[in-house]
Design a protein around this ligand. Structure first.
Ligand SMILES: Cc1cc2nc3c(=O)[nH]c(=O)nc-3n(C[C@H](O)[C@H](O)[C@H](O)COP(=O)(O)OP(=O)(O)OC[C@H]3O[C@@H](n4cnc5c(N)ncnc54)[C@H](O)[C@@H]3O)c2cc1C
Length: 668
């Protein structure tokens, strides 16, 4: 047992688990300090992973070498690819998971990662030291490399050898660096980096009608001390809120009269790794509906709703409203659709998606009994809302390191986001970058045209948040590039380069890539005679060929797929069989062919905009010295301190005219 670590991750939620796994796998001696190790990556709200835009994020996490995709595959009870009637950019995987097994799988995974240690306790204080005490700083400001000290841990020696983070800290004008964490049990751990992922727990306060109780979520204590500790050294904080619906006892639901919603007939999966399999024995979800009678009962509790009577001050997610919010906003609507989702295979508990509420429990109870199928309902737990502290994320660099304290990273809900996937993505990047910082390596910053994760982090640190941030496809300018199917093509080479993707997995990826390329090349080179395909084209209502065409051109038509062509073109079938090209590679090749024009256009626009990303703004530039910028732009630029003109152009309040001024100063 040692009290000295390279990296300490505070919190074993979705962000913390990914951060700890990544940092340890990359080689940092890592401590995961969490309040309850039986609740690793606990699903505080719905028992599901993925969905529109979120599913793409999970595929990206997996492609980079994170865990969420694999654990979801191993614990899924239902899988659906959403939006299949729309273009490929919108296809989004979503899985219902066995909530308990999800958490158990995470715990099992974490407990078996070398370099990773777990300590169950609450962090109550972060420990800092002045950077003025840097031992190797000389009077003239130049760094000198001190003699190696054999008592120091390897990573500390590496830091001093490379001088990197100390230099960077000086350039960035940081005066503090993290040196450790103190816990509720009075243990003082030392470390060189901390990733804070305390989720909804910081000074958490739960509300159900007039009843209020401190807590990080139902059944868990709140976390005190961290917020005030950070406020004291100058961090800004705010309050946000979120809510959850009642959980129901399946034995008291009349499923026989409800409309089932089944998973996909041929379910796919999240992970690109061959280690996992698609879900078997899928469980259905069910649709239920509210009625005017249900609404009338809910309205009787509005005066006691902490949302409406001023008790809750935190800002809630607009797009994930409580049932009482929906009744207010859509007062004329006679019914709202709800989804009954199983919480697992070995429990009777069901989650009622769409009925999040903080109304008094007895109002929730009475209203639920009026829903068709719920006449004899028993509730395991009522819905409630929770308010918690967060840190406006404009206080972060793109690496997720705080601007104020060297070596301190934030990830997950503490940055004002909501959702397991958003949290896990930040955790993964913070874990990677904390490790790289200690190794003296450049942080990994994904660009907006490389990954939804890049969009997420750039939005957070550049624009900030004014409500809990969740990912939507509309937030991404390069949706056709950022598809779920090609996340491995975009990110697995990077995951391999930084050391998170094993050689075996990389070989699997390279095989897929080569299969896709050879299939696309085959389609480009192979001619098809009109007679070979006329019956097939007629059968799908497509114009017959008047002369021979390349297979590639035929595939660009609507409704024409490799799967259907394989049945009518023996040469295609032989090629696919002899090269052992699987369904995943076939789908990828088909999307590349069908969307070629759109993909190239996005690539062209992205490359043009990269020029702005490459024009750097000096770290210590005084924006107030530029009178030609608007006052608003000067204030915003000074606060966010963008590193490039591209980043500056995305800050709300910085106009195209301001960007031109910056271009004249720093660019061409
Ligand atoms: C009531 C409720 C409703 C929600 N509703 C939704 C929703 O509708 N949609 C949605 O997308 N998301 C919802 N969420 C949010 C979702 O749960 C989070 O987005 C997600 O869990 C965030 O992951 P995280 O890792 O940042 O934090 P969390 O999952 O909250 O994990 C935080 C972890 O940190 C640990 N911890 C906290 N403080 C300390 C400390 N001082 N020392 C040691 N360990 C500590 C905790 O024990 C926990 O393990 C809801 C959450 C709650 C509680």
């Amino acid at each position: 047992m040692t009290l000295d670590y390279d990296i300490i991750v505070i919190g074993g939620g979705h962000a913390g688990c990914e951060a700890a796994a990544a940092a340890a796998r990359l080689g940092s001696r890592t401590l995961l300090l969490t309040m309850d190790m039986t609740k690793m990556a606990s699903m505080s709200c719905n028992p599901a992973v993925g969905g529109v835009a979120k599913g793409q994020i999970v595929r990206e996490i997996d492609a980079l070498g994170g865990e969420m995709g694999r654990i979801t595959d191993r614990t899924a009870v239902q899988f659906r690819m959403l939006n299949m009637s729309k273009g490929a950019a919108m296809w989004s995987p979503r899985a219902q998971c066995d909530k308990t097994r999800f958490s158990e799988e995470w715990r099992h995974t974490l407990e078996n990662i070398p370099n990773l240690y777990i300590w169950q306790d609450a962090a109550t204080e972060l420990l800092f030291e002045e950077t003025g005490q840097i031992p190797h700083e000389t009077k003239n400001g130049e760094a000198e490399t001190p003699a190696p000290d054999d008592n120091k841990s390897i990573s500390e020696k590496e830091i001093i050898d490379k001088n990197s983070c100390w230099d960077e800290m000086q350039r960035a004008g940081k005066h503090l660096r993290i040196r450790g964490v103190r816990s509720r049990m009075g243990v003082e751990f030392s470390c060189r980096a901390v990733v804070l992922t305390a989720g909804t727990f910081l000074d958490g306060m739960m509300h159900c009608g007039a009843a209020h109780a401190e807590g990080g979520r139902a059944g868990d204590a709140a976390s005190h001390g961290i917020t005030s500790c950070l406020q004291q050294i100058g961090f800004e904080t705010g309050r946000m809120k979120t809510g959850t619906p009642a959980r129901l006892d399946a034995r008291t639901i009349h499923f026989e009269i409800l409309e089932p919603q089944y998973g996909d007939e041929k379910p796919s999966k999240f992970s690109f790794s061959p280690e996992t399999e698609p879900v078997k024995d899928q469980m259905p979800c069910y649709l239920v509906y509210t009625t005017p009678e249900v609404h009338a009962i809910l309205r009787t509790g509005f005066d006691r709703s902490p949302l409406f009577n001023g008790t809750i001050h935190g800002i809630g997610p607009r797009y994930c409203p409580s049932i009482e919010d929906k009744l207010r906003t859509f007062a004329d609507k006679e019914q709202h659709q709800l989804f009954l989702e199983p919480e697992g295979r070995s429990t009777n508990e069901y989650y009622l998606n769409g009925f999040s509420s903080s109304l008094p429990w007895e109002v929730q109870w009475e209203a639920l009994h009026k829903i068709r199928g719920f006449e004899d309902l028993h509730i395991y737990r009522p819905g409630y809302a929770i308010e918690y502290d967060y840190f406006p994320p404009t206080q972060l660099e793109h690496s997720l390191e705080t601007k104020l304290v060297s070596g301190l990273f934030f990830a997950g809900q503490v940055n004002g986001t909501t959702g397991y996937e958003e949290a896990a993505a930040q955790g993964l990047m913070a874990g990677i970058n904390a490790h790289r910082k200690l190794k003296g390596e450049e942080p990994i910053v994904l660009k907006r045209d490389e990954a939804y994760i890049g969009v997420l982090i750039d939005d957070l640190v550049t624009k900030g948040v004014d409500e809990p941030y969740r990912m939507f496809t509309s937030r991404a300018e390069y949706r056709i590039r950022l598809r779920q199917d090609n996340a491995d093509m975009r990110l697995t080479p990077l995951g391999h380069k930084i050391g998170l993707i094993s050689e075996e997995r990389y070989a699997h990826f390279e095989q897929k890539k080569s299969n896709v390329e050879s299939l696309v090349a085959f389609a480009r080179e192979t001619s098809v005679k009109a007679a070979e395909i006329s019956d097939y084209l007629k059968s799908i209502g497509s114009e017959p060929l008047t002369q021979g065409r390349k297979l590639y051109d035929i595939l660009m038509r609507n409704n024409v797929t490799f799967e259907s062509l394989e049945k009518v073109l023996p040469k295609l079938h032989r090629f696919i069989e002899s090269h052992r090209i699987d369904a995943e590679a076939i789908e990828e090749a088909e999307i590349q062919i069908k969307y070629k024009g759109y993909i190239e256009r996005e690539k062209f626009i992205a490359e043009k905009l990269h020029r702005l990303e490459n024009i750097r703004i000096p770290l210590d530039f005084d924006f107030f010295s530029m009178n030609s910028l608007t006052i608003e732009a000067r204030q915003k630029l000074n606060r966010i301190r963008p590193k490039t003109i591209g980043q500056a152009s995305r800050i709300p309040g910085v106009s195209p005219a301001d960007v031109n001024v910056l271009l004249i100063k720093f660019g061409r």
